[in-house]
Design a protein around this ligand. Structure first.
Ligand SMILES: [Zn+2]
Length: 623
């Protein structure tokens, strides 16, 4: 989930940095929330504290229909409450005092519409009868042919600001809400949510079976999530398990075998896991992201099912979000590095704890290369951690938000010592649990608790340069991975004419293979490419990350022989991280690539999530 720039109009006073260390914080927090340019809500006047959904899934009409009952807190003089909505069809609104009026504002391309509801003294609940639009941006309604089970499937993706397309609420990450839900799914399908499952087998209901859920921790609304499909469950450990379609469940459980160990390693570093269970849901291939950290139930792309557990750092990443993101949350999308940078650092620490220092080092070295690429691509304004001038909430440069963010935390760790930095981070998660965070508040807290007026330390850290300046500060250190020196030697040998058969491919893991393909020269002769393919079986690799790097190289060389593999890849999955750059690469190869891009996109588009369709529509332009 990615960002670019923001408009942070007025500067806001740093609040007192206090929070409760053990119990969930009271939902009406004392912090004055900064203005969120990506929401219509005015929470200082009236805000939502709880959402109660009662929805039926209508697969014929591709709509969720029912009610959302909102619990609100309002100032005594408030006469209206403003919600976010995008495409919702609202039939009526009642308050606890009776029928009331509502009005939609004009539609903004990025933000949707304000839904303003009249309230008065004594109003504490709103019952909104509504349904979603067929093209709701958060929802993907899959046809049987798009799933492994051959049955229909629905899933939601709320981040960054798409929850407003299926739930009428205040859709700003600083406005935390608890929720409960009753979801009616067609007979034979199961509903799961980012919440405690109260009825694992469902209950008899008109039109199918009803499933009930409860999330009693206050969460940012982008984490309200739903999936409905033919789902099996397999336990991994006492607190962990996997949901997937029946034909995928065995492979999924195999790949997720280390989840319980990851959870224990994370808790040992940064404190108790506060969400009860940690389960994952492996979605059909059109899921637009690698993973989405929906609380209690991470949603995952099936592209991490490599068959050899080589891509499980994805699970470490989503699990880490249970602290950075879900517990302490960016109040504004301009500060999404507070979610993603912290999480990428934390992911590296879990990888190190389970799979050793060398693996973590290789992962950071790959990230360093991505940062360098992002900085070279510019523009400089897009390479700050705290983004300025942002228009869209989720259109940005992941290498900055994720990898530069993580590198900043590694720099803090290096300058403080790991022991001191871990103690700080653990207390940060405890003190700000269930609270929003901004760059400004984080910096004030870090100076107060970790720097403590040490002028020499302050100078070494270059905190302001990291957060507010483009590029990398002078204290950024390139991560070293000895294994990558050996990979570089192999590239040198190959470039000097050495045979592809001499490459120790079988001895390498995913990271070494990725590195090799990434640092090969971008221009190779057709004969050399064919030799690589023949020796390493690249077109047929089951590892999506390695295949992506190979196909990128093949496209750069207009390798016709790899086009069937490109077509298969792009028509069989919809993960934006892979799909967008490959289309961009094809479109950059003149008429040859553009013809392939248009032909493949015509086949693939219907299978992509609306988020990815919108992105690729902007890349693969008509001839
Ligand atoms: Zn993430």
């Amino acid at each position: 989930m990615i960002i670019r720039r923001t408009l942070l109009g007025a500067s806001f006073a740093a609040p007192a940095l206090t929070a409760c260390a053990t119990a969930p914080a009271p939902i009406a927090q004392s912090l004055p929330l900064p203005h969120d340019p990506h929401s219509h809500a005015r929470p200082a006047e009236a805000r939502v504290t709880h959402v109660s959904l009662d929805l039926a899934t209508d697969f014929e009409r591709k709509a969720l229909t029912g009610t959302a009952t909102l619990t609100i807190e309002a100032r005594a003089d408030a006469r209206e409450i403003v919600l976010d909505s995008d495409g919702l069809i609202v039939k009526s609104v009642r308050t606890n005092l009776g029928e009331t009026s509502f009005e939609f504002g004009s539609r903004d391309e990025n933000l949707g519409q304000a839904l303003t509801i009249a309230i008065g003294p004594g109003v504490s609940t709103l019952v909104i009868a509504y349904e979603t639009a067929p093209g709701a941006g958060a929802l993907q309604w899959l046809e049987p042919a798009q799933t492994a089970s051959g049955k229909r499937f629905l899933f939601s993706q709320g981040q960054a600001i798409l929850t407003r397309t299926w739930v009428p609420t205040q859709d700003s990450p600083g406005i935390r809400q608890t929720y409960d839900a009753r979801i009616v799914a067609p007979e034979g399908l199961k509903a799961v949510m980012s919440a405690e499952m109260l009825t694992p087998n469902g209950e008899a209901a008109v039109g199918g079976r009803a499933f009930r859920f409860r999330m009693s921790n206050p969460i940012p609304p982008y984490l309200i999530a739903l999936a409905v499909g033919d789902l099996s469950f397999q336990a991994i450990g006492p607190r962990t398990g996997v949901y997937a379609e029946p034909s995928v469940i065995e492979r999924a459980a195999y790949e997720c075998a280390d989840m319980e160990r990851m959870l224990r390693a994370a808790e040992a570093m940064y404190g108790r896991y506060r969400w009860g269970r940690y389960d994952v849901l492996v979605l059909p291939p059109s899921f637009p992201y690698g993973g989405m950290e929906n609380p209690r139930l991470t949603f995952l792309t099936p592209t991490f099912l490599a068959g050899d557990r080589s891509l499980v750092s994805l699970i470490a990443h989503e699990l880490a979000h249970s602290w950075s993101g879900n517990l302490v949350t960016n109040a504004l999308w301009a500060d999404s590095w507070l979610n993603e940078g912290f999480t990428s650092y934390f992911e590296g620490r879990i990888v190190e704890a389970l799979y050793g220092e060398e693996n973590a080092a290789m992962q950071f070295a790959l990230a360093w290369a991505d940062i360098q690429k992002a900085i070279a691509a510019g523009p400089p304004d897009d390479t700050r951690l705290h983004l300025t001038g942002q228009r869209s909430a989720d259109d940005g440069v992941s290498a900055i938000v994720y990898d530069k963010g993580a590198l900043f935390l590694r720099t803090m760790e290096r300058e403080l010592s790991r022991t001191r930095f871990d103690a700080y981070l653990r207390s940060y998660f405890d003190r700000h649990a269930f609270q929003p965070m901004t760059t400004q508040w984080f910096m004030a807290d870090f100076r107060d608790r970790a720097v403590r007026g040490d002028a020499a330390l302050e100078a070494r850290l270059q905190l302001d340069a990291w957060c507010y300046e483009p590029g990398l500060p002078s204290n950024a250190e390139e991560p070293r991975a000895a294994a990558f020196d050996r990979v570089a030697a192999q590239v040198t040998a190959f470039n000097a004419g050495g045979p592809a058969s001499a490459i120790p491919w079988a001895d390498w893991g995913t990271f070494e293979r990725q590195r090799f393909l990434q640092i090969l020269p971008r221009e190779l002769s057709a004969a050399r490419l064919a030799e690589l393919e023949g020796a390493l079986g690249l077109n047929a690799t089951g590892n999506a990350e390695v295949l992506f790097d190979w196909l990128s190289l093949a496209i750069a060389n207009r390798a016709e022989a790899s086009m069937p593999a490109v077509e298969h890849f792009l028509t069989s999955l919809g993960r934006g991280k892979f799909v967008r750059p490959l289309y961009r690469a094809l479109m950059g190869q003149g008429e040859w690539g553009q013809a392939h891009a248009r032909r493949i996109y015509a086949l693939a588009r219907a299978g992509y999530h609306p988020i990815v369709q919108t992105a690729v529509d902007g890349i693969v332009t008509p001839a």
